[in-house]
Design a protein around this ligand. Sequence first.
Ligand code: MN3
Length: 193
Amino acid sequence: MNYPYQLPQLGYDYNALEPHIDAQTMEIHHTKHHQTYVDKLNAVIKDHPDIQGKDLIELMKGLNSMKLDEACARAIRNHGGGHLNHSFFWKLMDPSNTKDEELTKRIEEKWGMDKFKEAFNTAAANQFGSGWAWLVEDDQGELQVYSTSNQDSPYLQGHTPLIGVDVWEHAYYLKYQNKRPDYIKSWWNIIKI
Ligand code: MN3
């Protein structure tokens, strides 16, 4: 993911995830929300040639220790996070629902699948306001479940996202309105475990 950043293709049609996520939500989410993160990120990085060649994930991992001006650091955190999170999210969701056997096994060994989903669902439901819930591999190679606010990426703390759900209202409001838990419950049907 090098500058200038671009909106990635989904790899499936906007209606491919129905009935779990409706086509209109997917299209607006991809072409409006994600595009805006990409455009705003590019606009800020345009004035910072020193970081234009850097990979976005590496920028995110080093963000807290880099000496960037505040506006630039904030843009990477928010719009760069938005770009990374959404690019990950589109790839994670799979209309064919092919299982990731290895990840399933790791989850089973650590928590058991039901307990993991319960913890993940709780993190997603309890995230106050906009944000994401995550399953990550931390810097020790351990699995962890937590939520983040806004577009904060797990890479900010050196963690690699394995599963993540967007719980901003723009991700589900047209179909589910205020019923975030219903959206999350349905969303599991298009996730690889
Ligand atoms: Mn979103």
